[in-house]
Write a new protein. Structure first.
Lengths: 124, 200
């Protein structure tokens, strides 16, 4: 949430004064009129219902759901990538990268079909 | 809540009603305190509505209502003091006004006097002041948009130049130039001088 630089409550230092401007400032800053405050009941009702809605159990559930979603997505991507690596179904550059990480576990290199015993990266 | 009753409107001006330490009010409102939220609303609604009349014309009422709805919805996530709250509210309102203007495909805001403005001058106000709020907003809304917004943010909303520039998404220097040009135009406006002469 973007916060503003902290201002003084009202800083009038650089406002020109005198003549008709003083009357203008007074008019623009006149007390709130009943007409301007007539939506108070609706706003307060919204505030009340918002507070009531927040106490419902839906929010914690949503938080728990989001806490599990991200690790689950990451795990899915890792398992799928490893599986595809074992099957040599990845593009050569990706296969090479996966081989560098999971080579000791048996993931073949990018050119596995051409080289029968590639034990490490850069070995041809 | 009696705080919100029309009779409770203070004569000290809309901004003068906010306590010296509004941070406590925001904290209390965030925790669900209705009275604290009511005070914040009652204090900030008039300047917000007037600002929106300048930048959004007759749609001001709807824009203000939408801005408060968003504030109510996201208040529990808001992290800042009372002054930051005020900036947050006006920033939301400004975005709403921009979205609305884009939606309607308007190139320029409609002046306050062009629609059915709801900031109507009461008979009491007319009798006791040189210039009514309605007339002042009408004059202000006739300025070029950037000048009008600069004056509205500085004079109506009471922000300092840096905060007003941040809300208007412009530089401090540009806002200051627009502010002074706008105020110079208003000071030279013959209608404003005429109203002042009538009152004397």
């Amino acid at each position: 949430m973007r916060l503003l630089p902290t201002p003084s409550w009202r800083s009038d230092d650089d406002l020109p004064r005198g003549g008709p401007l003083d009357d203008l400032y007074s008019a623009l800053r006149a007390p709130g009129r009943p007409n301007e405050l007539r939506h108070a009941p609706q706003v307060m009702e919204r505030f009340r219902s918002s507070r009531t809605g927040r106490k419902s159990p839906s929010r914690p559930r949503r938080r728990i759901r989001s806490a599990f979603t991200i690790p689950a997505v990451i795990a899915t991507i890792c398992i799928s990538g490893a599986g595809a690596g074992y099957a040599s179904a990845l593009p050569p550059a990706v296969q090479h990268a996966v081989h560098r990480v999971l080579g000791p576990l048996g993931v073949p290199g990018a050119h596995h079909g051409h080289h029968t015993h590639a034990s490490g990266a850069g070995q041809h | 809540l009696t705080l919100l009753g029309p009779k409770g409107v203070s004569d000290a001006g809309p901004l003068a009603e906010l306590p010296e330490q509004p941070d406590g009010l925001v904290d209390r409102a965030r925790r669900g305190d209705e009275v604290a939220f009511a005070i914040l609303w009652r204090t900030l609604q008039p300047p917000l509505l007037r600002y929106l009349h300048v930048v959004a014309g007759p749609a001001a009422d709807d824009m203000a209502s939408e801005a408060w709805s968003q504030v109510v919805r996201d208040l529990h996530r808001f992290d800042g003091d009372g002054l930051a709250f005020r900036g947050w509210l006006f920033t939301i309102a400004r975005h709403r006004a921009i979205d609305s203007a884009r939606y309607r495909g308007r190139k320029r805001r409609t002046p306050v006097g062009g629609g059915r403005s709801r900031v109507m001058a009461s008979a009491e106000e007319e009798a006791t002041t040189v210039l009514s709020t309605h007339e002042a907003l009408h004059l202000l809304a006739e300025l070029p948009a950037r000048q009008a917004e600069a004056v509205a943010l500085r004079v109506i909303a009471g922000f300092d130049t840096a905060s007003a520039a941040s809300i208007a998404q412009t530089s401090t220097a540009a806002l200051r130039v627009n502010l002074h040009r706008g105020l110079r135009c208003l000071a030279q406006d013959p209608r404003l001088r005429e109203l002042q002469d009538q009152a004397q």
